[in-house]
Design a binder for this molecule. Sequence first.
Ligand code: GDP
Ligand code: MN
Length: 338
Amino acid sequence: SPNQVPEEYNTRTGVHNASLELAQRRANATFVILARNSDLENTVRSIRRVEDRFNTRHHYPYVLLNDEPFTDEFKKRVSAVASGQVEYGQVPKDHWNQPDWIDEDRATEGRDKLVAENVIYGGSVSYRNMCRFNSGFFYRHPLVLPYRWYWRIEPDVHFHCDINFDPFLYMQDRGKVYGFTITMYEFDKTIPTLWGHVKDFIKLHPEHIAPDNAMGFMSDDGGETYNRCHFWSNFEIADMNLWRGPAYTDFFDYLDSKGGFYYERWGDAPVHSIAAGLFANKDQIQFFQEIGYEHNPYTHCPKDPQMWERGKCGCDPERSFDYDGYSCMRQWDRFMGN
Ligand code: GDP
Ligand code: MN
């Protein structure tokens, strides 16, 4: 092909290789990883897998965030496996801790109730801090602010296929704003009042609702009730303009003022998902079929044999979560007319 650089140039001088790399088009994007120092081993494992399947060809940077200072050991181990620049930041206390205006008696009562109901993380304050931070604050951290796009990575996640394209550029070029690999039902016990507040917000701010939104994915009765379908946010590739814009800013502030991150146990997954479903047009939400992804206990594996082969996938498509009874992929397919 006329665009191909002759092989001899590539092999003879390293300079050519370097300049080719510099010429590669990139998005203004970063990986974002929230982790504790105790997550060190699993964080290194995740980054190693991201690198092997994708980033070794792109060298996108990483921002690691923690509510405590990262140890020197943590920084050394992570920087050793990342091929892009790595920055380490601490979350400001007022972006993390339970706000003073939260009624602690009511919050305690809420936690006790979920513990009694055996809800996972039901009694944890730090989990609630994390969910609120991921909902409304990570994209405002000074180390994250310079970027428009992010790819959220968690400790000990797997990437099962070669990612032979740039998901950031793919989304940017097509006007997409939110990308996911796994969708499922949320536990009703963690969000008893969330949808009521969402409905009030819609009435209060009709100007924020996208004309061709994804309400039909989230509700089977035109918005009256929530079917609890949401995107699993431990994997996210998204445009932070979605979170930084006026619609989500109003939405987060409104929800936050209701206290449900602490009185109940609202997750960033339903909050982000409902927002993407309301403030973006449905075609701006991208299901990444080709990205084989696993976060315990669920795996998404590409079902298209050609896609699976091209990606040299190590996962079993027969065991993909997509068509598990607990998955919302059927709702997504039906809604999108697939
Ligand atoms: P799960 O996926 O819902 O089971 O929750 P995780 O324990 O994986 O937590 C979600 C993300 O938040 C992961 O990236 C964790 O490393 C991070 N995380 C959770 N709790 C804390 C915390 O107290 N401090 C910090 N720094 N990170 C946390
Ligand atoms: Mn996790």
